[in-house]
Design a protein around this ligand. Structure first.
Ligand code: 1CP
Length: 342
């Protein structure tokens, strides 16, 4: 096995960690903005396999990252299940909302998603033939809780209030949404793997707003079910779990859900994570994405500190969350040089 990303995921400690970036294909890159304009809008770009593959490849060509992540969005799955989805420029996603049992009735079954998602699978197929031999292809989906927060509220929310209200006020409807998303996510990711994804990542961006037993039931349990089933269908498939902002609930999470790698945000220190989390396996993270805007010596110092903190175990270098549209593309190169050049 020569791909450094796969070696780190298999538990190997490497002299230089593999590196990629969340949202590496995104608005901070002029070539991305040009291709999105050609596609018309964001969703048209997601559903155009040639152009989606093109934007996936752009950061690989520019920076030589060790991994490429499929260009798509976590909200394509609810759309495939029958939710309305549109993007308001400058604001973000909007979906139809689910406020009670009747909202569930319009949704499709877990096996009825593939026709809608066929262009995504085609993007994966194109990429697996087009990537450099040493670049690993990552497929992904949102975790059920995070996707549910958007389906229930109809948009991104600062505190996931509507989803928590449904969880507490109508546990039956809420539980049915989580169960449907859990099973549909298995089918969706399984098809990505069949199309050529070598690794899958589960993004639970809002896991941090679940507390106590709710975290176990709606973040941990669905991740465990998805990973267990995917690994049964695709033996040896490496999985990255990202229960963002889980704090002390990061401890033991990878082992509990069966993930090969735990991705962490930048609210925890690399030193703490190296001591408390890395003994369980590979860690991905965790530079503050603000450094991609501010740059300078602070970016270089912080990057080196993270590499140093994780140097005695398996590590994949990444940001703690997605790179933002106001980032300077030159700072990305600075970060890569600091990781690879020592
Ligand atoms: O205008 C644009 O071009 C849209 C910006 C954009 C991009 C580039 C969105 C809208 N999605 C994406 C791509 C995307 N989204 C990828 C592609 C691969 C990559 O380069 O990383 C991935 C993996 C995602 C995942 C995603 N989408 C997450 C989970 C990760 C995270 O950032 O926490 C979430 C929560 C979404 C929803 C979403 N899609 C887009 C936006 C702006 C949002 C967040 C909305 C909100 O909460 O307000």
């Amino acid at each position: 096995m020569t791909k450094t990303m796969l070696r780190a995921l298999a538990g190997e400690t490497l002299p230089t960690p593999p590196i990629w970036m969340m949202r590496q294909a995104g608005r901070y890159l002029p070539e991305y903005r040009a291709t999105r304009a050609k596609a018309g809008d964001f969703l048209s770009l997601c559903y155009n396999p040639e152009l989606a593959a093109e934007v996936t490849l752009q950061p690989i060509r520019r920076y030589g990252f060790d991994a490429a992540i499929l260009f798509a969005d976590i909200l394509l799955l609810p759309q495939a299940l029958g939710a309305d989805l549109w993007f308001v420029t400058g604001e973000g996603p909007r979906l139809s909302t689910i406020t009670g049992p009747e909202g569930l009735k319009g949704l499709k079954g877990k096996d009825d998603i593939h026709e809608h998602l066929a262009p995504v699978y085609e993007t994966v197929r194109l990429l697996s033939g087009a990537l450099p031999a040493d670049t690993t292809l990552i497929g992904f989906a949102g975790a059920p809780w995070t996707v549910a927060t958007y389906m229930i509220a109809g948009r991104g929310t600062p505190d996931q209030g509507p989803a928590h209200a449904l969880r507490e006020g109508d546990p039956e409807t809420f539980g049915a949404i989580i169960d449907l998303l859990t099973e549909a996510t298995i089918e969706y990711l399984s098809m990505q793997v069949e199309a050529g994804a070598e690794v899958v990542k589960l993004f639970d961006s809002w896991a941090g707003s679940l507390r106590g037993e709710a975290f176990e039931r709606f973040a941990l349990a669905p991740a465990k079910r998805i990973i267990t089933e995917l690994k049964a269908r695709h033996p040896g498939l490496p999985v990255i779990a990202f229960p963002r902002q889980a704090g002390d609930k990061y401890i033991g999470f990878a082992r509990a859900v069966g993930a090969d790698c735990l991705a962490i945000d930048n609210s925890v220190s690399a030193q703490w994570a190296a001591e408390m989390l890395q003994p369980d396996g590979c860690i991905q993270g965790n530079l503050d994405p603000r450094h991609m805007v501010t740059g300078g010596q602070a970016l270089i110092d912080e990057t080196r500190q993270i590499v140093e903190a994780f140097r005695n175990g398996p590590h994949i270098f990444n940001l703690g969350h997605g790179i933002t549209p106001d980032a300077d593309p030159e700072n990305v190169q600075l970060m890569i040089d600091a990781v690879r050049g020592g």
